[in-house]
Design a protein around this ligand. Structure first.
Ligand code: FES
Length: 179
């Protein structure tokens, strides 16, 4: 008996694989040709998958780069004369997002998003203690830089960038920060 068990490797019309239609090209009757097609299909699949993954990585990288360049509106918060050193207040920026502003000294101001980075409770600025306090699970953040110093929070508070102009404090955007 022949190695192909008596089955003919010929196509019904006698033409070679290259001249066959799509069906026979995808499913050749010859084992060697079938293996070759499978390898080609696998290689094609590998190249396409790798290409898609590379494109995805490029998209993520481009997105994070563009994210850092997001433009926020400038918004007046308070007159310098209305918040004495050691004072703090809540404001909203850029829309409804609650934030806190604290005046640490005559010319040092800091502002952060008010949502605790643990489970989003509202933090309370306490300039006299040098911290922002989250009463939900006793979380503490350093008021100078917003970094967590005690309790469950592990990430710093998002920081609002500020500008002082003509005696008024303005929120100008969000600082991109890692840990
Ligand atoms: S929500 Fe702030 S410490 Fe848990």
């Amino acid at each position: 008996m022949s190695p192909d068990h008596g089955f003919s490797r010929e196509y019904p019309d006698g033409r070679p694989l290259q001249e066959q239609g799509l069906f026979h090209k995808k499913f050749p009757t010859d084992t060697d040709e079938d293996n070759l097609v499978s390898r080609l299909e696998f290689t094609k699949c590998l190249v396409l998958t790798s290409g898609a993954m590379a494109a995805g990585q490029c998209w993520i990288a481009a997105n994070s780069l563009l994210g850092e360049k997001a433009i926020y509106p400038e918004k007046a918060i308070v007159k310098v004369s209305e918040l004495p050193p050691g004072g703090a207040m809540v404001f909203h920026y850029p829309g409804d997002e609650p934030c806190v502003l604290a005046r640490l000294s005559e010319d040092k101001w800091v502002a952060y998003g008010q949502k605790c980075t643990h489970l989003a409770c509202a933090v309370i600025p306490r300039p006299s203690h040098g911290d922002l306090y989250c009463p939900c699970h006793r979380g503490f953040f350093e008021i100078e830089n917003g970094r967590p110093i005690a309790g469950p929070p592990r990430r710093p508070l998002p920081r609002v960038t500020l500008a002082v102009r003509d005696g008024v404090i303005y929120a100008t955007g969000w600082e991109v920060r890692s840990q």
